[in-house]
Design a protein around this ligand. Structure first.
Ligand SMILES: *Cc1c(COP(=O)(O)O)cnc(C)c1O
Length: 386
């Protein structure tokens, strides 16, 4: 949705700040993912619910046939409610509480992605109490660095995630001994906002080595799950609204050696939903500083925390002005110096009342909103519903 395509008249009627989702772009993105993934036998795509759990977004993604990747009991509940079949729900996370494990067991989810032996033992106990056998995959830490922001790489030995590769056979042997868990897969996830296919290739090479090692011990693995992490073009939401899913899936098809009958699972979050969402905010005041102009808007980091948390860049457009371009610092109302959406960003001349669209905000936006300063949580609106 380029600048001129926002339905400004309708957006003017809604209380700002709010999230606006272009459902047509979301559907196009889902069609592209399905088309590219289905070219390869055994590829199964899950959506990482943590990127955006808006019920209407979840429903559209479920209708496209995706599975759900959850990292909490709340996400399992939201996925079940949105109609994702339990047989397509996977549950990951370093710190699963007993009630969350029980919820997964009660729903007979596809798989628990287990991150330690103590967790495996708890799942075995809880499953035993219910007379069930839980399907488990082990999340291995492949010690592969992703060339992305330090706070969002997860696959290095120093990160808290996963089980060290050298312990792989020990944990599998442990699972074989326990009556109420069944070892079915290996899970990996190396980070987020990854644009260099070389990072995914490095993961493939590591998975191949580990599989060779398991072959030597005649250990069979039903599925491999390579997580998510594909990035998007924050600089060019209009020119590149859909990520290069072809390059992504082709990389895995070329590099990862699946064994006969094995399925390869993906857990894409950001790449599915980021570009379809914008945070719409109203300009409250233009303040002329000594050296620069500030556009003070009614959204803050409580609505979109990525710039404050990761120094993330989001393109900003003034969708109600055709005035000459000027540079502004676009800042929120929260009493924190980090409450800045962009510094010296070029937008059309801005006045009180103008609507700004903070683009590429569909992932890790609405879902990370907080009530700090007792602010209201932003609402989400779909383009086909307003
Ligand atoms: C966050 C996460 C994902 C999704 O990551 P994206 O970068 O949004 O694709 C997938 N799998 C796991 C285990 C995660 O923690």
């Amino acid at each position: 949705m380029a600048k001129g395509q926002f339905p400004v008249d309708r957006l003017q009627q809604i209380q700002t700040p709010f999230y606006y989702y272009d459902t047509e772009l979301l559907r196009q993105t889902l069609r592209c993912i399905n088309a590219e993934a289905q070219k390869h036998e055994g590829f199964v795509v899950h959506y990482a619910v943590k990127a955006n759990a808006n019920p209407r977004i979840l429903r559209i993604i479920r209708e496209a046939g995706f599975g759900a990747d959850c990292v909490s009991g709340g996400e399992i509940e939201a996925s079940v409610k949105a109609g994702f079949p339990a047989a397509k729900i996977v549950y990951a996370g370093v710190g699963k509480a007993d009630w969350e494990i029980n919820l997964g067991l009660d729903n007979d989810i596809f798989c628990f992605n287990v991150e330690s032996i103590p967790e495996l033992e708890v799942i075995n106990d809880l499953a035993g109490q219910k007379g069930k056998v839980a399907r488990v995959a082990f999340r291995l830490n492949p010690n592969v660095g992703a060339h992305t922001h330090a706070n969002i790489t997860t696959g290095l030995a120093e990160n808290k995630f996963g089980i060290a590769m050298k312990d792989m056979e020990t944990v599998i042997a442990e699972a074989e001994k326990l009556p109420n868990v069944k070892f079915v897969g290996l899970h990996f996830h190396i980070g987020s906002q990854i644009l260099d296919m070389g990072d995914f290739e490095a993961l493939c090479n590591r998975v191949n080595e580990l599989q060779d090692q398991l072959d030597r011990h005649r250990i069979r693995v039903e599925h491999i799950n390579v997580g998510g992490g594909l990035g998007i073009d924050y600089g060019h939401p209009n020119r590149v609204p859909i990520p290069d899913f072809k390059a992504y899936f082709d990389t895995y098809a070329r590099k990862l050696k699946l064994r006969p009958g094995q399925t390869l699972h993906f857990e894409l979050g950001r790449a599915v939903v980021a570009q379809c969402g914008s945070l719409i905010t109203r300009t409250l005041y233009i303040k002329e500083g000594t050296q620069k102009k500030f556009a003070i808007v009614d959204a803050g980091f409580t609505d979109l925390i990525r710039p404050a948390l990761y120094q993330a860049y989001h393109k900003i457009e003034n969708i109600t002005s055709e005035e000459p371009i000027e540079a502004y610092d676009v800042v929120g109302p929260i009493c924190e110096s980090t409450d800045v959406f962009a510094k010296q960003t070029d937008i059309n001349g801005c006045r009180r009342g103008d609507l700004l669209a903070i683009r590429s905000a569909g992932a890790y936006g609405e879902i990370m909103a907080s009530q700090y300063n007792l602010r209201r949580l932003p609402q989400g609106y779909m383009s086909d519903e307003i």
